[in-house]
Design a protein around this ligand. Sequence first.
Ligand code: DGT
Ligand code: MG
Ligand code: MG
Length: 285
Amino acid sequence: MANSKYEYVKAFEQPDILLPNTWIVVRIDGRGFHKLSDRYCFKKPNDRRALDLMNAAAVEVLKDLPELAIAYGVSDEYSFVFHPSCELFERRSAKLVTTIVSTFTAHYIFLWGQYFQDTPLQSPYLPSFDGRAVMYPSTRNIRDYMSWRQVDCHINNLYNTTFWMMVLRGGMSNTDAEQELKGTVSADKNEILFKRFGINYNNEEEIYKKGSIVSRQYQLEEANPSPVEEGAPQEKTSKTQQEKARKLRRKAPVVVEHVDIIKDEFWEKRPWIISGKPGKLVVEA
Ligand code: DGT
Ligand code: MG
Ligand code: MG
């Protein structure tokens, strides 16, 4: 390309390459979903269609980006996790975040009609998402990040389930319900649900209690504790090796689960998430 006198403006661009050998989480969150959920009459406290739509869009993102190791979704947010060995877009933050946000949003809008058949999207009330990238230097950190989101899901869901029961079934005003729940602990909310409404919180649907985990499906392994070498420098993989791994990952189906990701078992049975090495494909019987 010929140089022009304008080309100096390129020098104003800031580098934004994320640190090597770190886990990268791109968390996206629906913008103004409080209003949007009212506008499209989402059911309270949980609208299964809304969650299934979030999950369907996330599955498409994982299919589109084989570099993604796992994703976790709750409410109007999704965390997409890249393995420390990921070299996509030279690990440039803006490219990673904007690609995830726009791919997710495109699929969310494209799939809307399948999940909300009687409530078409109307301009200007269109869903949009923000996003940010955060780096985590150790396996412990990334697992704690995932645990943090799942614990948050549980705390919010227990609160919301109790609150909306008190309002919708108990006939209380929003303010009164809020007032009564102030300062309560989990046991109190469980008791309100059980004593007043005959609801055993444990029997609520897993998708609401645990959120949604999206990952590639391989043959589950025996849950053996496998010590992870922390901080060991990753061998740089060549472009051909990276391409081979991408192709292998593309072959694995992407699945959605609603299970515990805080305990070791989930990670031990799916060692490919932490190791970054594809597992054995599940063969159809
Ligand atoms: P933001 O993220 O700062 O732009 O603002 P919001 O309004 O998106 O707030 P946020 O992200 O903290 O909270 C998510 C909102 O989305 C919350 O008000 C409840 C709503 N929401 C998410 N999933 C559901 C659902 O399944 N049913 C209903 N009724 N509301 C939902
Ligand atoms: Mg939001
Ligand atoms: Mg949110």
